[in-house]
Ligand binder design. Sequence first.
Ligand SMILES: [Fe+2]
Ligand SMILES: [Fe+2]
Length: 179
Amino acid sequence: MDIIEHLISEHRAVEDLAEQIRDADADVARRTMFDELEHELRVHMAVEEGWLDPIIRSTLGDDEADETETEHDVLRSALDTARPLVAESGFGAALDALDAAMRHHHEEEESDVFPVLQRDAADRLATLDPEALERQARGEAEDTRTYDELYAAAVEVDLTGRSTMTRDELARALEYETT
Ligand SMILES: [Fe+2]
Ligand SMILES: [Fe+2]
């Protein structure tokens, strides 16, 4: 998957999570899903800011790059507003605001930013490996443990479904457990 396809699939994933959070009927489930949404969105924005921003700046200009950054700040404050309200009655309104800000921003990137990058900066995009960037954005080195070492770690944390996972799936699941 190339970097743009990857970013677009993450847009849909966090939008779906917002829907699921809205439908969740228990505070615990809502909290777990909100934590996941927040984590995914923050890593996503860190990848865009770290590696896409310089390409946006030189391809579309500072105004478009600054607008993208401003919208990321709006998303961060919407996360900060919603987080303490997860189990409160005002959460619905805070989630709606976050969801609207996400959809506006994703629409902007997908219609005004990404197509221009794909047209004018394809060579630079091709040098970006989404999975490696995500690991860097999470501040993690690549997990070099063997299958047996990962499986032992999975037993340690009692990871559900571990017996059917491949090495890479174990690495990813453990990474998620510990973040
Ligand atoms: Fe973005
Ligand atoms: Fe994005």
